[in-house]
Ligand binder design. Structure first.
Ligand code: G6P
Length: 600
């Protein structure tokens, strides 16, 4: 995720660009930049780091231009650096652009351009777009943009500015947000509403495959084929504070609802028909490994449990999952034939980092799965794969978790393919439907709110599941206790009879997950044992299971069992969320917890 701003109007562009970027900093904050048109030439100022660094740098420039574009970056291709920062320019510095999204086919396009003699300054996918514009430009920026849009694949919100046609900004969108505002003195564009709300509440929502030409007192919309279209102006009813959360009551809810999109982004470019492609790992010889460790903390550990389960099933390699704070002190069996995978949203968790350093000391090959590009863990590991969840603000992890799951499943299938194991191609095909399934489950939110009412006045709740479902209930229980302070424990369903069942009494609530076909019937029997002792049960299962006398049953779509861990996360998150809301807890900032734990 990145944030972009554009201004084409009668006054100086810079104040709008910068205030917009500051509101968008939550979308990315590893570098920032602006380009304005100054006396017929483009002036680009950009730098690594937070927006304040850019603000300081701008003090030594006199910026008067009334047309400009800005960007705050959350890197996906190329480390945070001056050269990788946006805006990107062509060689003559006559065209500049900012991009949010991922250009999937940038490697092929870059190859073609290199053959044409183009040189590249950055490691980004975005620079390819500006070089392509240069390539196609023959006196008409709009026509050149249309040609480029036919060539690029992936997701993008683009704002393009040229000194050769100094009266306009061209914008285009597919799968990344872009909103256009009609302000008193200008037409403006931003990645989301808060960034323009101080200037106007009148906006056009650009849809996928649409583009627009912004001029200071005129706007025209087009399709990506260049056909003119009309768009309705909408007036935003809410204020700035509400808008930062995109109309949601909390960041956590906003992030829950972002999941279809960020799951899609995390898969983007990584599934190639029947193959998983993780180019970042192409140099690893997977035959050398005798065992694999997954190491992480908190939610990332629960995602690791799932990744470990899938990898072991597919490869039959011994796979061990460990909490980082245990791994680092438990003298783990590491040598040069060990693959060690470290999962961390922030990439800064102290225990995970120490565990990574230990694994490296004993010559393991290390892979980091991180969300924050350029974070310490991602830099220290031998190899890194990024989830594309964008910044997660709520302390309780939601979108980072589901994107970790998707990436770990991709990784397991990738390793299996590299080891020439037979893999279930149907599952690979089903992956592309996950965002839609998640979207559908989110539509059932009122049902999860009803389930939450069962938990509102309780001190304790019990979560049960078997196999992969056990990893899911561990995360479900963690979510509930983190944000609603209802004490929740997760048990392997088969262990109930060895102790926990002693706690079940009239009115206890048991949340059961039974999604793994080979053992779901067993979990269903365990549920009956709790009902016999007075428990109320919330069951998450599929229509393939024969469910008797369980009032609160939610049926998930019938897809590959491995993928259910992603889908079932959504009801579990929402049950925890609504319980916390009913109890009037501070959902985004639960007591005693920190988003990033950089101390031991
Ligand atoms: C903290 C957060 C959790 C997170 C854990 C690991 O405890 O509150 O939400 O899962 O750290 O963080 P990481 O950034 O390494 O994934």
């Amino acid at each position: 995720m990145c944030g972009i701003t554009a201004y084409c109007g009668q006054n100086k562009a810079l104040p709008f660009l910068m205030q917009g970027l500051s509101k968008l900093e939550y979308r990315g904050y590893d570098s920032a930049g602006v380009t304005t048109l100054e006396d017929h030439h483009l002036l680009t100022v950009k730098c690594k780091g937070r927006l304040t660094n850019l603000e300081e740098k701008l003090l030594s420039y006199k910026i008067e231009g009334t047309i400009g574009i800005g960007h705050t970056r959350w890197a996906t291709h190329g480390i945070p650096s001056h050269l990788n920062s946006h805006p990107h320019n062509n060689k003559d510095e006559t065209i500049a652009l900012v991009h949010n999204g991922i250009i999937e086919n940038y490697r092929e396009l870059k190859e073609e351009l290199l053959k044409e003699g183009y040189t590249f300054q950055s490691e980004t996918d975005s620079e390819v777009v500006v070089q392509l514009l240069d390539h196609y430009y023959q006196g008409d920026l709009f026509k050149a943009t249309l040609k480029v849009l036919q060539k690029i694949e992936g997701s993008y919100a683009l704002c393009i500015l040229s000194s050769l046609e100094p009266d306009k900004i061209i914008v285009a969108k597919k799968d990344s947000p872009l909103i256009i505002g009609k302000a008193q003195d200008a037409y403006v564009a931003t990645s989301d509403i808060p960034a323009l709300l101080e200037y106007t509440k009148d906006v056009y929502f650009l849809d996928d495959y649409e583009m627009a030409i912004l001029q200071k007192d005129h706007i025209q919309f087009y399709t990506h084929e260049g056909v003119p279209i009309k768009k309705e102006l909408t007036t935003i009813p809410y204020d700035l504070e509400a808008a930062k959360k995109d109309g949601y009551d909390t960041f956590m809810l906003k992030e829950i609802y972002e999941q279809p999109h960020v799951i899609q982004e995390t898969m983007r470019g990584r599934i190639n028909h029947d193959h998983i492609s993780l180019d970042e790992l192409k140099d690893i010889d997977f035959q050398q490994f005798h065992k694999v460790y997954f190491v992480a903390c908190g939610t990332a550990y629960h995602a690791s449990l799932c990744g470990a389960h899938v990898l072991e099933k597919l490869t039959r390699l011994p796979v061990i999952s460990m909490v980082a704070s245990e791994f680092r002190y438990n003298d783990p069996l590491i040598d040069e034939n060990t693959l060690a995978i470290f999962v961390s949203q922030s990439g800064e968790t102290a225990d995970t980092l120490a565990a990574l350093r230990l694994a490296k000391k004993y010559h393991a090959t290390t892979i980091a799965i991180a969300n924050v590009l350029g974070s310490t863990i991602s830099r220290d590991a031998d190899y890194v794969l990024y989830t594309c969840a964008g910044p997660e603000i709520a302390v309780a992890s939601t979108k980072a978790y589901t994107t970790q799951l998707i990436l770990l499943i991709l990784l397991a299938y990738y390793i299996a393919q590299r080891l020439n194991k037979n893999v279930d191609l149907q599952l690979i095909h089903q992956l592309s439907h996950i965002p839609q399934y998640v979207e559908d489950i989110l539509k059932d939110h009122t049902l999860f709110k009803e389930y939450a009412k069962l938990l509102e006045n309780l001190h304790d709740a019990y979560f049960i599941g078997r196999g992969l479902d056990y990893a899911s209930v561990l995360e479900g229980a963690l979510k509930l206790k983190e944000i609603s302070y209802v004490h929740a424990d997760a048990y392997v369903a088969g262990e109930l009879k060895h102790g926990p069942i002693a706690l079940i009494e009239n009115g206890s609530v048991v949340i059961a997950v039974a999604l793994q076909p080979h053992i779901a019937a067993k979990t269903l029997s365990n549920i009956q044992e709790t009902i016999a002792r007075g428990a109320k049960v919330i069951l998450l299962t599929t229509h393939n299971q024969e469910v008797k006398n369980i009032e609160n049953t939610y049926y998930l779509p019938d897809i590959a069992p491995v993928l259910q861990s992603i889908l079932v996360a959504i009801p579990l998150q929402l049950i925890a969320y609504y319980t916390a809301c009913l109890k009037k807890c501070d959902v985004d900032k639960p007591r005693n917890l920190a988003k990033s734990v950089t101390v031991e």
